[in-house]
Design a protein around this ligand. Structure first.
Ligand code: NAD
Length: 271
């Protein structure tokens, strides 16, 4: 018996790379997978290997989420959502980013997570709880200047997950972000792949990311940004605490998360 016997999982971007490896991993644990992808033939191919249901959909299109849920309902509902579909712009120079590139990456990488979470939460509640995992990136934590638009969207995913998580706890829903370094998938284009190979920089296997996704699904941690790096266990990133306001008695009057650091002031420079 697998750990996910009888569970239904939606995986977006499930036709390729991390999504395909995760569909395989969840399926190997007994889950029935709804493979969602803009590439309908790719989704169909995954389903012919794994069983489950294929849905050709654009995760950035809000109307497509009704169709995705309609595909899951005959299976019994949704227990797991791996919101993973994503794209890059490949553009380093902000002055060259076109409106289309900007709108597309925001739609897939941000709207896809927001619309997806909003759509699946009531479904998970109806099943007594469940797990959402959203694919961010290491670029969701570090300032990756090679693609600022990508970095923007992946930071958005981390902030969204961390801030949505607390209210979902009482509904027995976990939500975590997965933040891999460079993974060996078609997203890494030939030129980058060649230059990485040239300096002997190894890529992470998508199966290793899938293992971390499974860890999030099975675990009780929530609101975490799980960093996945080559040769390491997935680890929750520990965010630093920004300075809080300093005023007499302020501690009791503002939310504790605003009071990150009320320690003593740094000494003023002499003179
Ligand atoms: N490959 C990496 O190095 C790496 C690192 C960190 C994070 N990521 C993230 O991992 C996720 C998966 O990427 P991957 O590396 O497996 O790439 P991939 O290109 O192999 O897979 C992405 C899949 O998403 C699908 N997709 C794209 N736009 C879509 C849309 N609007 N609606 C539905 N499906 C859509 C594609 O058709 C493709 O099958 C992305 O969010 C990516 O940003 C990748």
């Amino acid at each position: 018996m697998g750990a996910l016997e009888g569970k239904i999982a939606i995986v977006t971007g499930g036709a390729s790379g991390i999504g395909l490896a995760s569909s395989r991993r969840l399926s190997a644990e007994g889950a029935t997978v709804v493979v969602v992808d803009a590439n309908g033939a790719g989704a169909q191919k995954a389903v012919s290997e794994l069983g489950g249901v294929a849905v050709q959909a654009d995760v950035g299109n809000v109307d497509d989420w009704s169709r995705i849920l309609d595909a899951a309902r005959p299976l019994g509902g949704v227990d797991i959502a791996f919101l993973n579909a994503g794209v890059t712009t490949g553009e380093e120079d902000i002055t060259k980013v076109t409106d289309e590139q900007y709108r597309r990456i925001m739609a897939v990488n941000v709207d896809g997570i927001v619309f997806g979470t909003r759509a699946v939460v009531p479904e998970l509640v109806a099943r007594g709880g469940g797990a959402v995992v959203a694919t961010s990136s290491l670029a969701g934590i570090v300032a990756f200047s090679g693609d600022p638009m990508y970095t923007l969207t992946k930071h958005a995913v981390v902030g969204f997950v961390r801030s949505v998580a607390p209210r979902l706890i009482e509904q027995h829903i976990t939500i975590n972000a997965i933040c891999p370094g460079l993974v060996d998938t078609p997203l890494i284009d030939g030129q980058i792949r060649d230059s990485l190979a040239g300096v002997g920089f190894p890529l992470i296997a998508p199966e290793d990311v899938a293992e971390a996704v499974l860890g999030c699904v099975l675990g009780s941690e929530t609101g975490q940004a799980m960093v996945v790096q080559l040769g390491r266990e997935a680890v929750a990133y520990r965010f630093g605490r920004p300075p809080g306001p300093r005023a007499p008695g302020v501690e009791g009057r503002i939310p504790p998360e605003w009071l990150a650091d009320t320690g003593p002031a740094a000494p003023k420079p002499a003179g």
